[in-house]
Ligand binder design. Structure first.
Ligand code: SF4
Length: 204
């Protein structure tokens, strides 16, 4: 295990996160199945990592009661489903960055994902490959802006300046997706937030 990964685990634990590290994605999947045996309802925050690893499919197949986020143009229905997800027993997401100093860094527009991270679900499981580890919180914010947010703007075919410039310019564009930045420095209640780190390069 790299020294930066070791340091990250040690500091996350010091900050009361529940932490697991996997060299092998298959072992991580077993851990996710174990969580699904304990909790009834489950939901997700939008996550490329969960899609690329097929963990989203695995969770839907093995979980008990799916509180599904409704996509589409009906804003009222969408918000109601996001509100319901906040009361799921267990919530799965990734993170834009995890600092080796033991913090999670995330940027959202709607706030449904970071809302659940902060409060609501009994358990939050953050699944992140080691490429998301940064030296400290400042470099985590840089990663969240210049890698995660820029990649999401591309993914959604937006016209924000970062798509062409390949970097964030803290724009005022009407399609800006960077409304709220959240830095989670500790887990309360202790171990409510689990961080499942695994070797690899997934998501943004
Ligand atoms: S603030 Fe604007 S330029 Fe920066 S990543 Fe977000 S959308 Fe792109």
């Amino acid at each position: 295990m790299d020294r930066i990964v070791e340091k990250t685990i040690k500091n996350l634990e010091k900050h009361h996160f529940e932490v697991f590290y996997f060299e092998d994605l298959e072992k991580l999947k077993e851990k996710v199945k174990d969580y699904l045996k304990i909790y009834d309802s489950f939901s997700f925050g939008g996550s490329t990592t969960l899609v690329q690893t097929k963990l989203k499919d695995l969770i839907i197949e093995n979980g008990k009661k799916y509180i599904e986020r409704i996509a589409g143009d009906d804003e009222e229905k969408k918000i109601e489903s996001e509100r319901a997800a906040l009361l799921s027993d267990i919530y799965f997401m990734s993170t834009n960055a995890v600092s080796s100093t033991g913090a999670l860094i995330n940027i959202d527009k709607r706030g449904n994902r970071i809302g659940a991270l902060i409060f609501g679900p009994k358990k939050v499981v953050v699944i992140a490959s080691t490429n998301k580890i940064t030296k400290d919180i400042d470099s985590g914010i840089e990663r969240a802006k210049n890698i995660a947010a820029v990649s999401n703007c591309k993914r959604f075919n937006l016209h924000t300046p970062c798509v062409n410039l390949q970097r964030c310019v803290d724009c005022e564009h009407e399609e800006n997706i960077c409304y709220t930045t959240v830095i989670t420095k500790r887990s309360f209640p202790h171990k409510r937030i689990a961080v499942l780190l695994f070797e690899g390069n997934y998501g943004f």
